[in-house]
Design a protein around this ligand. Structure first.
Ligand code: TPP
Ligand code: MG
Length: 425
């Protein structure tokens, strides 16, 4: 078959090779095999399970995946520039991870529910979240930015791995709703009445990083998911770094192997191969929706840029490593394939570029127009009903704020002092 490549061929560093060898000795097993369909050379390989899924991708869908990846990369460049120009407080770049995010996001169905971390801008795009709204949080004008109920794409979670527990809880809820719907349908059927259309089966995807995989929350969520056979896909983007800590410090074994300990399938997929990611995620979501339980996907990829705009990766990693991963670029390999197979012409690539520039201009324009909300709204949103402590804190805050002078209005204390002087006190 030739497409399940040993992970060591992709790690590219002696340290990783040693770690893999250690793992092999410890586990008495070979390192994880990696599902890859589209190689860096733009050639399509074969996989006994996943080729069948990949074949469902029509030329139009493949072009769509390329356009998605290009759009989101352009967005990333624009958001980084906006941060540099002081329009955003912080930006979390995704460049390098487009295939992992677009491939998995496009494999999801509208009824599925997605729990992201803070870097899943590509997945947000596939769920039709307005990217300008997504920037609200990074500009510091909102605690969220979008309504998850509109897209089944949850708000970003910055507390590492917390969302994996939320995801499993949500998946268990879906499971119970379906049981309830099935039992009430049975009752209604015996009455001979129509119960209306049943909701389609749904699954949940929980995204997290290689660093987050060390958090207790991930392990607890996997135990629960397995015990209750919850319809959840754990999607770990192993981008090789947790800020300055490399993956080989987080784990002695390939992350996908961990699934075995919980009792569900674990698959390592080439995270820079959008076709393989799409196929593997489609399979895993089907598995979950059919009541067969959770799946762990480890997307083997790379964070090409900085952790955030507050980070400088030149301090902790070699440029050779970055160059080696750039050679595995997810966009370039799909472009090679589309051109070689005659599935996309020059006009297509020109349009993708023009659309990207238009998206960037929209995002830039909208970000500039984002207004700072009234601080009182933060107090108003704390509890549903009025609360004396919140009222007290708001009163304190207002008095405190009034102490600052503005150009139009001198500070209240200054005015009071002047008034006192005039009154002869
Ligand atoms: C519970 C918790 N601990 C620490 C942090 C600080 N922190 C933010 S991102 C990060 C690294 C996460 O790395 P990884 O899970 O690999 O995700 P990536 O950023 O690479 O996408 C850390 C330690 C946090 N946000 N939450
Ligand atoms: Mg990481």
């Amino acid at each position: 078959m030739g497409t399940h490549l040993p992970a060591t061929e992709f790690d590219g560093t002696a340290v990783d090779d040693q770690r893999e060898a250690d793992a092999e000795a410890v586990m008495g097993e070979p390192p994880a095999q990696m599902v890859q369909l589209l190689g860096p050379d733009g050639k399509l390989g074969f996989d006994p399970v996943f080729t069948g899924y990949a074949e469902k991708l029509t030329a139009e869908k493949l072009r769509g995946l390329y356009a998605d990846m290009a759009a989101i990369r352009r967005f990333d460049v624009e958001a980084t520039a906006l941060q540099r120009q002081g329009q955003l407080a912080l930006w979390v770049p995704l460049t390098g991870q487009e295939a992992a995010q677009i491939g998995s996001g496009r494999a999801s169905q509208p009824q599925d529910y997605i729990f992201p971390t803070y870097r899943e801008h590509g997945v947000a795009w596939t769920r039709n979240v307005d990217l300008a709204e997504l920037l609200r949080q990074f500009r510091g004008v909102s605690n969220g930015g979008w309504n998850p109920k509109d897209t089944n794409f949850h708000l970003y979670t910055l507390v590492l791995a917390a969302q994996t527990l939320h995801a499993v809880g949500y998946a268990m809820g879906i499971q119970r709703d379906q049981k309830l719907a099935a039992s009430s349908a049975a009752v209604v059927r015996s009455d001979g009445q129509d119960n209306g259309a049943a909701a389609p089966d749904a699954a949940v995807i929980a995204y997290f990083g290689d660093g987050a995989s060390s958090e207790g929350d991930v392990h607890e969520s996997m135990v629960f998911a397995s015990s209750y056979n919850a319809p959840v896909v754990f999607f770990c983007q192993n981008n090789h770094w947790a800020i300055s800590v490399p993956t080989n410090v987080q784990t002695r074994v390939p992350l996908s192997n961990r699934a075995k300990g919980y009792g569900f399938p674990g698959i390592r997929v080439d995270g820079n191969d959008v076709i393989a990611v799409h196929a593997v995620t489609e399979w895993a979501l089907e598995h979950a929706r059919q009541g067969k339980g959770p799946v762990l996907i480890e997307a083997f990829t790379y964070r090409v840029g900085a952790h955030t705009t507050a980070d400088d990766p030149t301090k902790y990693r070699e440029s050779e490593e970055e160059d080696a991963w750039r050679a595995k670029d997810p966009l370039k390999r799909l472009e090679k394939y589309l051109r070689a197979e005659g599935l996309a012409d020059e006009a297509f690539f020109a349009k993708v570029k023009a659309d990207g520039d238009e998206l960037a201009a929209y995002v830039r324009r909208t970000t500039h127009d984002l207004e700072t909300p009234d601080i009182r709204s933060a107090f108003a949103n704390t509890y549903v009903e009025a609360h004396p402590l919140v009222a007290e804190e708001l009163a304190w805050f207002e008095e405190y704020s009034a102490g600052f002078a503005t150009e139009e209005e001198p500070a209240r204390q200054a005015v009071t002092a002047q008034a006192s002087q005039e009154a002869g006190h």
